[in-house]
Design a protein around this ligand. Structure first.
Ligand code: HEC
Length: 129
């Protein structure tokens, strides 16, 4: 490979990885209505709840209680909106769930948590009972 070929191979590779990155961003924050909440989720929640929102994040291997699968319509339908809100704001313990679910009330505003609950209903494609 001469220098010119090497440079163009590098260029093609960077382009490929850049478009992968753009595509990944699109796949998780596809819909404008949910873009903000999806972004928050991608920042603070994915390490436990997973990039696919299925409770299989990178952190979960050694966790004694597994994070909620937000893509599961059955499990999510059992939880009312106000419990979702409280769990996110005040943490798992506040709703008699695991302390491994952190409290986000000092990180997210009430408005952002409300948007997150709406977004979670979109993710599970389910309403509360
Ligand atoms: C450190 C890991 C961790 C992070 C980060 C995390 N969670 Fe959780 N989450 C958990 C675990 C573990 C549970 C399951 C608790 C249980 O079932 O006892 C849970 C449960 C939940 C539940 C269900 C509560 C219920 O009543 O069953 C919601 C909703 C939730 N998380 C939302 C979020 C959101 C939104 C974020 C990001 C802002 C987030 N979580 C970040 C670990 C985490």
């Amino acid at each position: 490979m001469n220098t010119r070929q090497r440079v163009s191979a590098f260029f093609v590779m960077s382009l490929a990885s850049a478009s992968c990155f753009l595509y990944a961003g699109k796949a998780t924050a596809a819909d404008d209505q949910y873009a903000q909440a999806a972004h928050v989720y991608d920042t603070y929640c994915v390490q436990c709840h997973g990039i696919n929102r299925d409770g299989k994040g990178l952190n979960t291997k050694d966790m004694s209680v597994q994070p909620r699968d937000h893509s599961d319509p059955k499990g999510m339908a059992d939880i009312p909106d106000d419990e979702l809100h409280k769990a996110i704001k005040e943490g798992g313990l506040s709703v008699n769930k695991s302390v491994l679910m952190p409290a986000w009330g000092n990180v997210l505003t009430d408005e952002e948590i409300k948007e997150m609950v709406v977004y979670l209903r979109h993710v599970c494609q389910c309403g509360p009972k």
